[in-house]
Design a protein around this ligand. Structure first.
Ligand code: NAD
Ligand code: UDP
Length: 338
């Protein structure tokens, strides 16, 4: 089974490629290397013994996509490619709408022309906005508070309309909660360029000595200890969720929507403690004002994915922190440039 993986060199895409290969499928990777490095390919080969086909290029380039699809007998597309930093999206909305919304439309046009009918899209729990209650179910109302979130919601809406017009398509929207962790080998992980936006890579860079302390964005939320609570999910569990979606819904016409989360929330300070424990070093932190746009609590009700995809997250918070730490220690500066 040949799967086109857009953004397959990135954090979630690379882990998904490893799981696809382990399951006997063949990823064909398309990536413009905007937020990833070519050396990821060698790591995929190191971990699986298979060097996947890689096309360097942009999903907004229709001729390029047509060529990739013509050269490969693709059955399904997993679409990770896009920009993902909330703060940056406020500064550069045009780039976010162009990459995330326009990019997806070009991809679907190319799929239609090549008669590829199966698409899995990387959506996000951000489409739930500030939820009225937790845990969050798939039928909760959606909204967005920043251009990144709005771009994800726009794509969800576009894909819903496209599915109405072309009901023979299988379109799966996977709403990720907070992906963290690394491949257990320590050879593959998250490699943020510049200052990390997310909690886990920030904590791990403090632990390894690259940064002095973690800024904790507010300790006056109505949560267990005043800090924000999120549903952290191990990236390999998340990757496996894509395989489950492919296997159980990828060939079934329809619009399918699933939360991919664990169903459990951890606070910022609980994550700091868990990481300090795994790494055996104290992670320094300082409480600073709330980050604009942050919500108090967010975690998934993952029942639908369990019932319909036979998938659930298996890895624990100890796995998430220990695997991140192994990756950070082995690769203090991320992937090599070559
Ligand atoms: P990432 O930045 O590590 O990976 C995205 C990859 O897409 C990168 O390798 C980048 O070079 C590539 N890319 C970007 N624009 C492209 C374009 N126009 N053409 C070709 N390639 C392009 O991000 P990630 O964390 O792996 O996230 C993957 C997807 O999951 C994104 O769509 C993101 O919005 C979504 N998501 C991520 C998170 C998270 O916390 N990491 C949470 C929810 C949803
Ligand atoms: N957070 C923090 N310091 C940081 C980064 C994040 O205190 O340097 C907090 C943030 O306020 C939120 C949680 O950690 O409560 C998760 O934030 P992240 O950006 O990783 O994910 P998201 O906000 O998208 O859920």
């Amino acid at each position: 089974m040949r799967i086109l993986v857009t953004g397959g060199m990135g954090y979630i895409g690379s882990h998904t490629c490893v799981q696809l290969i382990e399951a006997g499928m063949m990823p064909i990777i398309v990536d413009n290397l905007y937020n990833s490095k070519k050396s990821v390919l060698a790591r995929i080969e190191m971990l699986t013994g298979v060097m996947p086909t890689f096309y360097e290029g942009d999903i907004r380039d229709r001729a390029f996509l047509d060529k990739v699809l013509a050269e490969n007998n693709v059955e399904s597309v997993i679409h990770f490619a896009g920009l993902k930093a909330v703060g940056e999206s406020v500064e550069k909305p045009l780039e976010y709408y162009d990459n995330n919304v326009h990019g997806t439309l070009v991809l679907v046009e190319a799929m239609r022309a090549a008669e590829v009918n199966s698409l899995i899209f990387s959506s996000s729990a951000t489409v739930y906005g500030d939820p009225a209650s937790v845990p969050i179910m798939e039928d909760f109302p959606t909204s967005a508070t920043n251009p990144y979130g709005r771009s994800k919601l726009m794509v969800e809406n576009c894909l819903t309309d496209i599915h109405k017009a072309h009901p023979e398509m299988s379109i799966t929207l996977l709403r990720y909660f907070n992906p963290v962790g690394s491949h257990k080998s320590g050879e593959m992980g998250e490699d943020p360029q510049g200052m990390p936006n997310n909690l886990m890579p920030f904590i791990s860079q403090v632990a390894v000595g690259r940064r002095g302390y973690l800024p904790v964005f507010g300790d006056d939320y109505p949560t267990v200890d005043g800090t924000g609570v999120r549903d952290y999910i191990h990236v390999v569990d998340l990757a496996d969720g894509h395989l489950a979606a492919l296997n159980y819904k990828g060939k079934e016409a329809g619009l399918h929507i699933y939360n991919l989360g664990t169903g459990h929330g951890f606070s910022v300070l609980q994550m700091v403690d868990a990481f300090s424990e795994a790494a055996g070093v104290e992670v320094a932190y300082q409480v600073v004002p709330r980050r604009p746009g942050d919500i108090a609590e967010c975690w998934a009700d993952p029942t639908k994915a369990k019932t319909e995809l036979y998938w659930e997250a298996r890895r624990t918070i100890e796995d998430m922190t220990a695997d991140t730490w192994r990756w950070q220690l082995n690769n203090p500066n991320g992937y090599p440039d070559v």
